[in-house]
Design a protein around this ligand. Sequence first.
Ligand SMILES: Cc1cc2nc3c(=O)[nH]c(=O)nc-3n(C[C@H](O)[C@H](O)[C@H](O)COP(=O)(O)OP(=O)(O)OC[C@H]3O[C@@H](n4cnc5c(N)ncnc54)[C@H](O)[C@@H]3O)c2cc1C
Length: 486
Amino acid sequence: MQKTISIIGSGFSALSASCYLAQAGYKVSIFEKNDTAGGRARQLIKDGFTFDIGPSWYWMPDIFEKFFNDFGKSTSDYYQLDKLSPAYKIFFSDEIITIGDHMDQICEEFERIEVGSSKPLRKFIARAQEHYDIAINKVVLKPGISPFELVTKETITRVDRFFKTISSEVRKNFKNPKLISTLEFPVLFLGAKPNQTPSFYSFMNFADFGLGTWHPKGGMYEIIKAMKNLAESLGVKIHTNSNVEKINVDNGNAVGISVNGEVLQSDFVLSGADYHHSETLLDKAYRQYSESYWDKRTFAPSSLLFYVGFNKKLKNVEHHNLFFDTNFETHAEEIYDDPKWPKNPLFYVNFPSVTDKSMAPDGCETGFFLIPIAPGLEDTPELRQQYFDIIINRFEKRINQSVRENILFKESFCVNDFISEYNSYKGNAYGMANTLMQTAFLRPKLKSKKVNGLYFTGQLTVPGPGVPPSLISGKLVAELIKKNEA
Ligand SMILES: Cc1cc2nc3c(=O)[nH]c(=O)nc-3n(C[C@H](O)[C@H](O)[C@H](O)COP(=O)(O)OP(=O)(O)OC[C@H]3O[C@@H](n4cnc5c(N)ncnc54)[C@H](O)[C@@H]3O)c2cc1C
């Protein structure tokens, strides 16, 4: 008899797990509360403009390729991938740093800012590559069950790199504050402050400078379409507009879910929804982590986002643009140490239509603005507008042109939407941070300790936040299910 499994949610991790489980012979059904699949990576199409609602940086192309290879496919069977050149631009208050698509160009740029800095940069990136090879090929593929998973001959000889921070490592080698910010930026994807992120995580710098920044033509949603297409070809049934209200347990065993008032039985249940929310779908006795456990974790930031249609092409911008023209540390404190709306926020803007004509009508620009903020902050229309005004004024100044009168429309998304759209804990955008104390076996577990046949995947469990880790999370949980429930 074919074993059945119900999966809650249709983000990257759930779609990934569904493919591996269907390939292994399980009868897989996905239940997604929203009207389209993709979770945080959904798409907004308005008046000919195409916006990715969530992720926009395509890093670690090898991980996407490996995912599709596991099914005898390649990314190129589904979407066209272009390497961005330059990768991105960073606007400081008095200078712009452009990150090229090759180490030689990046070294030249570093030399322009700080003479002699290209030598330590090459060394730093070589070490980051070493970390990448160990992390991606050895450490990250472990299910986070035991601390011994982290003990390999490669990690044991580099154990100091788990206790030193990225911040100290960067500052040891570079003095110029702009270069320091440039090198600390990639670890922000892990959701924590650079001075709380182990230096081993410099593998993100290799992902950045070594592997480059890519763009799937048509936007990040093309990856979701590809995974959905693959999952359905393997027999996965995807049900949208299907809100899961309960995980049903009988005698300590998961026996199915309740969806839109209907009880559906299955042999196993896997939740790809936010871990905290998934546990609230259980009776209290079956929850593993208390409210105070969640409250004490370091969560990755939430975000205030604007999706803006412009009726002209903008000058002086690239596909990806970081506005680091205010104090990085003060903003980080306002996210992590003393959560409040930031006084002078850093922000990020992407214009995919700069390199991909399909994303906007002719002569127009598709703009996505993101301000990272602490999760759980008050979110009102007035605050959103206040912050839009702040960043658009700075944006106009930095790019040296007026754009405000060229806005055709703007939509926003913030804490309240993360909660209502995704059942996200405190409205977090990127899940739980990867600090030393929240790494690997110290993260919430893939398998429930209290309910047999119940599993979890996604950015709050292993390996952590981001699209590539979510693909890996789906693979890890599928392997665990195959091993435990054969
Ligand atoms: C604004 C933003 C920018 C980002 N930028 C990047 C980036 O540039 N690069 C990168 O790699 N990563 C980025 N990330 C992170 C990345 O998007 C996430 O790590 C990843 O998408 C998380 O996938 P997931 O599978 O864990 O869960 P999710 O995408 O959250 O999927 C969970 C799904 O479960 C559904 N669900 C919840 N409750 C229920 C229920 N009761 N019943 C049914 N369904 C339910 C939700 O609707 C959702 O569809 C970004 C995230 C955001 C929000």
